[in-house]
Design a protein around this ligand. Structure first.
Ligand code: ADP
Length: 254
């Protein structure tokens, strides 16, 4: 904790050698009333999760498997934007430890050479019009060699060390992640999400690209032209602009 640059994030740390899912533990602690800024970190996750109940590969000692508890005052409808906010913070943190070009694939992945470095999973509990807590889960592949990924991930996953061409200190990167996250969160709380979404646009690799949108029961193709002020992706299909919400779809290169 002495090496952290933050005032709130990481003030309380729950560290585990091994855990099912850091998000589940963070949600449990949040429901019990833990303070904002508490983080859960683990060396390994046995049942790490992505979106839509997909698994997240989280080998021992090789990544940053991290969840942060937030208690924001903003409206529950704003909570999904926390994923975009986290993506901004993570990309800036990674840019601090390597010059390797990486950017944000809408809405929740950070890619290097088309492969995932980081996944983000935001979960929330709200009652009526008030947020009880938001948990932002981040899986950062830090020092995973290409051949250490299971075969089914080798074409889609990479690590910060592979991008940097050298091993990367997990502690140094964790300190940068928490610092960037605290900064961008304070910006969102004080000025709203518009400046955060502007930063997202600058760091995005999705905008301007042709994408296949895989929605339940339908697939379509178009150019990702922008995100709107709710963080939804706007896709120009040639027959009009379709608005795509993160909960429903995956996007893929054509
Ligand atoms: P997407 O929305 O891109 O389909 P998710 O955000 O739901 O993906 O993340 C889960 C998926 O990420 C899994 O189905 C798997 O394909 C992939 N995956 C799992 N673990 C890792 C990892 N450590 N690094 C990169 N990709 C992973």
């Amino acid at each position: 904790a002495a090496r952290l640059k933050t005032t709130v994030f990481g003030k309380e740390i729950r560290y585990f050698a091994e855990i099912g899912s850091t998000n589940n533990e963070a949600k449990r602690l949040a429901a019990e009333g833990c303070p904002e800024g508490l983080i859960v970190v683990a060396e390994a996750q046995n049942t790490g999760r992505g979106r839509l109940a997909r698994g997240w590969f989280s080998p021992f000692g090789k990544g940053i498997w991290l969840s942060v508890v937030l208690r924001p005052s903003f409206h529950p409808l704003d909570a999904p934007k926390c994923t975009l906010m986290a993506a901004v913070a993570l990309t800036k943190a990674i840019h601090k430890v390597t010059d390797a070009p990486c950017g944000i694939k809408w809405p929740n992945d950070i890619l290097y050479e088309g492969k995932k470095l980081v996944g983000i999973l935001t979960e929330m509990s709200a009652e009526m019009d008030a947020i009880n807590y938001v948990v932002i889960g981040m899986g950062i592949n830090v020092n995973i060699a290409p051949d250490e990924f299971p075969p089914e991930l080798r074409d889609i996953a990479t690590s910060v060390a592979a991008a940097a061409g050298r091993p990367v200190s997990r502690l140094a990167l964790l300190a940068e992640v928490l610092a960037e996250l605290e900064t961008v969160y304070c910006l969102a709380v004080s000025q709203g999400f518009d400046p955060v979404l502007d930063e997202w646009r600058k760091l995005s690799i999705t905008l301007g690209q042709q994408v296949n949108v895989l929605a339940p029961g339908e697939t379509f193709t178009g150019i990702a032209v922008n995100i709107d002020n709710e963080g939804a992706l706007l896709v120009d299909t040639g027959q009009g602009v379709r608005r795509v919400l993160a909960g429903d779809v995956s996007i893929r290169p054509p």
